[in-house]
Design a protein around this ligand. Sequence first.
Ligand code: PRP
Ligand code: URA
Length: 209
Amino acid sequence: MGKFQVIDHPLIQHKLTIIRDKNCGTKVFREVVDEIAMLMAYEVSRDMPLEDIEIETPITPSTQKTLSGKKVAIVPILRAGIGMVDGILELIPAAKVGHIGMFRDEETFEPHEYFFKMPEDIDSRQLFIVDPMLATGGSAIMAIDSLKKRGASNMKFVCLVAAPEGVKALQEAHPDVDIYTAALDERLNEQGYIVPGLGDAGDRLFGTK
Ligand code: PRP
Ligand code: URA
């Protein structure tokens, strides 16, 4: 079973409360999602491999650590995942970005894929799949199915708010994928929304409702 980690740093909890508030407007919502994603990227990238290199400090030759060139791609699930990309790029600026478009049928909660564009070498990259919400898990599962079909094998899923139902479904479907979330909420409601959650992440990010 992959790792499941709630990254509940006090700064992250504080910022999550700001965006959970229904009175938080689009501008602040967008800014704070970006900040939380950046803070989460520290933890999500904790096991990035290092190698030794020889350098010279002003004092002496020395063996030091550098990232070992294991390349990263950030994969936002459209639309709402887009809000998490820039924050992670601030820490890993050389990462490539692939996009996968999914929307959830409002009645059945079934996900549908409508867009897929990845860097050519996804099979040799560490992928950080990002989407603020893990609700039923359907969108994340289908996105990862799609990535695996195209050769990806090294993936972490990063969200802001997860429902227990979604975590269970994703772990069962893809036990090889580590899951990171800023909060594990109580449950889903009858409309498939996370409770207490933060509402519709895409609409709140882009101001479409
Ligand atoms: C939201 C969210 C996830 C999905 C989660 O996207 O951003 O992708 O729902 O729900 P699930 O775990 O039950 O699949 P939505 O379909 O609303 O599309 P949007 O990002 O374009 O608003
Ligand atoms: N998608 C969202 O944007 N929010 C939820 O609570 C569930 C699915």
